[in-house]
Design a protein around this ligand. Structure first.
Ligand code: NAP
Length: 283
């Protein structure tokens, strides 16, 4: 049976580090604060907001909410982003997306100060990820994957890594982060030919395809580390990943469960970014 790479253990270690940094900031009279911009009341947003707010509270980070109605105008939303940018109390900002269809999301993202972009959505943050520089912040989900690898002492140097998925939110930044860790990286997508043989050759596999069970026992081999980013609902209404866990776990060396893997780390990464933003500004 594979070793289970548990998100809660990684999050607990990150939380301890964050608490130490928050204490250092508070000693200097700085109260790290996350700004949340939410338009409307989508259940997904409310649920993530609840988790992020709770995580902030337990780590001593304040939350300032900027709540707008679903029919907010572009001008009103842009004015709110300007307010967030100019608010010295707010160190980092989370904007829930997708925004309602009548709003220009690209313009909203462009307006956000990259120094406060703790969710890694601005071009400035992307440049940071692709150039391997501490500019803006990487998106939280691929960074959560890297935190899992680091926590469990999985050295990527010289290893073959395969990322399944090429989105700008997960797949592409994950591949760049693995390159920074000196892995040799291949990205697979829907046009990849003979994906099972490509994935089988890897030492480390990150799966972010958004399709339940897309990677099964025909894709994997002994000794592999498998990180499953997927969050899907199966036919019984239960959460499941992009990896067919029951078929893959008996073969590979280590695997993240869903739930309890990557998803359990992302809010700690987000709060860590808020604290880092405050430290970059004041320490
Ligand atoms: P996305 O934008 O839909 O991108 C999916 C990517 O996977 C695309 O590049 C697509 O290829 C590729 N793909 C889809 N089916 C494939 C297949 N059968 N074989 C090979 N490649 C395939 O999704 P995303 O936003 O990156 O999210 C990926 C997954 O992560 C989703 O399940 C999402 O719910 C989850 N997620 C989890 C967290 C977390 O905190 N754990 C956070 C964000 C997202 P093409 O480019 O060719 O279409």
């Amino acid at each position: 049976m594979a070793e289970r790479l548990l998100g809660k253990e990684v999050a607990a270690a990150l939380n301890e580090k964050i608490k130490g940094q928050v204490a250092q900031l508070k000693e200097k009279g700085i109260n790290p604060t996350l700004g949340i911009v939410r338009v409307g009341e989508r259940p997904d947003d409310l649920s993530y907001e609840k988790g992020a707010t709770k995580r902030c509270e337990t780590l001593g980070v304040a939350v300032k909410k900027f709540l707008l109605p679903a029919d907010v105008t572009q001008e009103e939303l842009m004015a709110t982003i300007k307010q967030v940018n100019e608010d010295d109390e707010v160190n980092g900002c989370l904007i829930f997306r997708p925004l309602p269809k009548h709003l220009d999301e690209g313009a909203v993202i462009k307006a956000l100060d990259p120094a406060k972009d703790v969710d890694g959505i601005t071009d400035g943050s992307m440049v940071g990820v692709f150039a391997g520089k501490a500019q803006g912040f990487p998106p939280c989900t691929p960074q959560a994957c890297m935190e899992i690898l680091d926590h469990y002492g999985i050295d990527c140097t010289g290893k073959k890594a395969v990322v399944v998925g090429r989105s700008l939110v997960v797949g592409k930044p994950a591949a760049m982060m693995l390159i920074k860790k000196n892995a040799t990286v291949t990205i697979c997508h829907t046009k990849t030919v003979d994906m099972p043989s490509v994935v089988k050759e890897a030492d480390i596999v990150i799966v972010a395809a958004g399709r339940a069970g897309v990677v099964d026992d025909t894709y994997v081999s002994e000794g592999q580390v498998v990180i499953d980013v997927g969050i899907n609902m199966n036919a019984e209404g239960k959460l499941c990943g992009d990896v067919a866990f029951d078929k893959v776990e008996p073969i590979v060396k280590a695997i993240t469960p869903v739930p309890g893997g990557v998803g359990a780390v992302t809010t700690s990464v987000l709060v860590g970014h808020v604290v880092e933003a405050a430290m970059r500004k004041y320490m």
